[in-house]
Design a protein around this ligand. Structure first.
Ligand code: NAP
Length: 299
């Protein structure tokens, strides 16, 4: 249980509702900032404005999956007011307080480092990335179905990268009856991909492998689907780039060649906000209980 712990939520989207509910069930003292338009009535929860006075009393700060932008702005779909986290806010946090987010930009990292406030990035954790790969693969599949006139079954799909997202993507496609080629750069990934029934190849040989593909899913966060690669892809093929912005595709050249190429960021939050929220809620609550933060630290 989280009885006596003051948890301050600052901004967020539909995913955060699952987290709020979980913390409320665990008996934390929950304070919401940037949720003025929230219709959902959680019992025993207080809404407040962002202020250093309030943050002084916090044990835990929970920011949305993308913490803040480079100017400290926190996105919230539940308010029309601007939420800006500034140095003064971080400076006011008690020393035992911890800030949790999905991933943090340099600005937030610098502010927390300056005032020795511990910052935890959930999406860096393997377990969270693996759980998140499930709604990501389902979202990518949805986009593939919407943007092709063939079935996934019987199609030739290529997945680039065999990490947490790539492996789930490849298995999901295989489960639907696609022939799946997997682009890797490590011998052990080559071996594992082969063992799992995929057709592996090394990414330096990508051009030789793209001639017959129908769908290309990229999870490698660097320029990999270059103009030269695109020049060898059949016109019918669709590229779905899952890697974080700006993706790994030469989108300009794809457009010039008339090949459909889509950058698809943030799929878990779009296609399955409830599941994505539960993944965050379960991990966060577990982490905070393990961290042994208690309200007593405040005194
Ligand atoms: P990951 O586990 O680190 O996997 C990345 C894979 O790419 C690894 O297999 C890695 O190989 C490979 N790779 C990296 N650079 C490469 C290169 N230059 N050449 C060949 N292979 C290379 O990461 P992940 O969790 O799967 O995430 C992958 C990307 O998807 C990230 O950009 C992440 O932000 C994004 N993502 C997007 C969504 C969405 O909704 N669109 C959701 C989740 C994640 P090694 O193992 O050899 O390093």
């Amino acid at each position: 249980m989280l009885t006596g712990i003051r948890v301050v939520f600052i901004g967020g989207d539909a995913r955060q509702l699952e987290v709020i509910q979980k913390f409320s069930e665990l008996d934390a003292t929950v304070i919401l900032i940037g949720f003025d338009n929230l219709q959902n009535q959680f019992s025993g929860i207080t809404k407040a404005k962002l202020s250093s006075e309030l943050l002084k009393t916090a044990d835990v700060i929970i920011l949305p999956p993308v913490g803040t932008d480079d100017a400290g702005i926190v996105e919230s779909i539940f308010t029309s007011e601007e939420l800006r986290l500034v140095e003064e806010h971080i400076a006011s946090l008690p020393k035992h307080a911890k800030v949790y987010t999905g991933m943090a930009k340099a600005h937030l990292k610098q502010m927390c480092a300056k005032y020795a406030i511990r910052l935890v990035e959930l999406f860096e954790r393997d377990d969270v990335a693996i759980y998140n790969s499930i709604p990501t693969a389902e979202g990518a599949l949805m986009m593939a179905i919407q943007n092709t006139d063939i079935t996934i079954h019987g199609s030739v799909c290529m997945v680039l990268g065999f990490g947490r997202t790539g492996m789930t993507m490849a298995r999901t496609l295989q489960g639907l009856g696609a022939k799946v080629l997997v682009g890797v750069r490590r011998a052990e990934h080559f071996a594992r991909a082969k063992e799992m029934g995929f057709t592996p190849f090394y990414t330096e040989e990508i051009i030789e492998n793209v001639y017959y593909i129908d769908l290309l899913f990229n999870t490698i966060p660097t320029m990999i689907i270059t103009a030269q690669v695109i020049a060898n892809i059949p016109h019918r093929a669709v590229i779905i780039d899952l890697a974080s912005k700006p993706g790994g595709t030469d989108f300009r050249f794809a457009e010039k060649r008339g090949i459909k190429a889509l950058l698809a960021p943030g799929l878990p939050g779009i296609v399955a906000p409830k599941t994505a929220g539960r993944i965050i809620a379960d991990t966060l609550s577990q982490l905070i209980m393990e961290d042994g933060i208690t309200g007593r630290n405040r005194e």
